[in-house]
Ligand binder design. Structure first.
Ligand code: HMG
Ligand code: MG
Length: 296
């Protein structure tokens, strides 16, 4: 009972580059995005309007987004009202908030407790929905927290419900530090699909322990057909110690196509995008498909 089609939301330009040690020139980021779009991605997280003091890697967010005036869903992350004001100034119509189920993580990431964040974000989301924005909520530490340990599924469902009630379009439910296993993934996503049938549910896995593909398979079996992935497997949150890259888009694509799940993404063109960014990275790209393409 696997889906026939799945949507990959490319998060490399945002999650992938926010944790990169090297300073990547803005024009290289733009070229990376353009090559990814050519591969067929219609939804991407392109950058973040966050404090440049906290995440200097994405300080060129305004410039990046000015090159993306097409019809695609060009998502930008924002933590607060100031981020929304910057996003509006740049004519963005697709925004993503991010909150940790773990309040300790939320404090380290955006300097507020989870409750403080929700008090500010929920009214903001309601007003953005009145203005016809597409609103996504990224739910960090949905399985484990680097500070608080195991997270209860009840807490995740409750937080997601609050966002859904405020009108968000998409919930990206994240295994921030790559500690979840397929049993936990199947259980949580089955519950979310049942509890919140009217909102898009996306799964966001970091591959810290090599479990991302197994977790994606478990999520597919729970009815999930949207996945955040990162070209080259880049990524990680600077405020989540131990977090490494996201599931590599090319490796996920290989698995989905092998399962006869259609994505609309072209593998060769995706690998070209990885080739653009790779020389600028502090480390090498470890994904299986990229390594294979270099050997042949
Ligand atoms: P703060 O220091 O408490 O902020 O940080 P503040 O409100 O006190 O303001 C301090 C200064 O920052 C002021 O400037 C503000 O104007 C400025 P100053 O007067 O000192 O010159 N400021 C901003 N500047 C630009 N854009 C803004 C903005 N807001 C305030 N939006 C803050 C609070 C939220 C700003 C900070 O903690 C922050 O930027 N955090 C971002 C952290 C981040 O980007 N983390 C990574 C993304 S989440 C993630 O990766 C997880 C995910 O992938 C899912 C998963 O895997 O779990 C999504
Ligand atoms: Mg992430």
């Amino acid at each position: 009972n696997l889906p026939k089609h799945a949507t990959l939301i490319e998060v490399g330009p945002r999650d992938g580059l926010q944790n990169e040690k090297n300073e990547i020139p803005t024009d290289v980021k733009i070229q990376f995005i353009k090559e990814l779009k050519k591969a067929g991605f219609k939804e991407m997280e392109l950058t973040s309007f966050v404090s440049p003091k906290w995440v200097p890697q994405l300080k060129d967010a305004g410039e990046i987004i000015s090159y993306c005036s097409d019809e695609d869903r060009n998502l930008v992350l924002t933590p607060n009202e100031k981020g929304i004001a910057r996003a509006k100034e740049a004519n963005c119509k697709d925004v993503a908030f991010f909150v940790g189920v773990s309040s300790t993580f939320n404090q380290k990431n955006i300097n507020a407790t989870t409750e403080e964040s929700m008090q500010k974000l929920l009214p903001l989301i309601r007003s953005l929905k009145e203005e016809d924005f597409f609103v996504r909520a990224c739910i960090s530490t949905s399985f484990y927290c680097p500070y608080e340990g195991k997270i209860e599924a009840d807490a995740v469902v409750e937080l997601c419900r609050q966002f859904a009630d405020a009108g968000v379009d998409d919930l990206s439910v994240a295994d921030t530090i790559g500690m979840a296993n397929p049993l936990e993934v199947h259980e949580l996503f089955s519950r979310l699909k049942k509890a919140l049938p009217d909102v898009l549910i996306t799964a966001h896995f970091h591959d810290t322990r090599g479990m991302a593909l197994a977790n994606i398979y478990a999520a597919l079996q729970a009815g999930v057909d949207r996945f955040d992935t990162s070209a080259g497997g880049l990524g990680g949150c600077p405020f989540a110690p131990g977090a490494t890259g996201n599931a590599a888009t090319e490796d996920v694509l290989h698995m989905l196509h092998a399962l006869n799940i259609e994505t609309g993404i072209d593998m060769n063109q995706l690998l070209k995008a990885v080739e653009i960014i790779e020389p600028h990275l502090s480390g090498s790209v470890q994904s299986k498909q990229y390594q294979l393409s270099k050997r042949s």
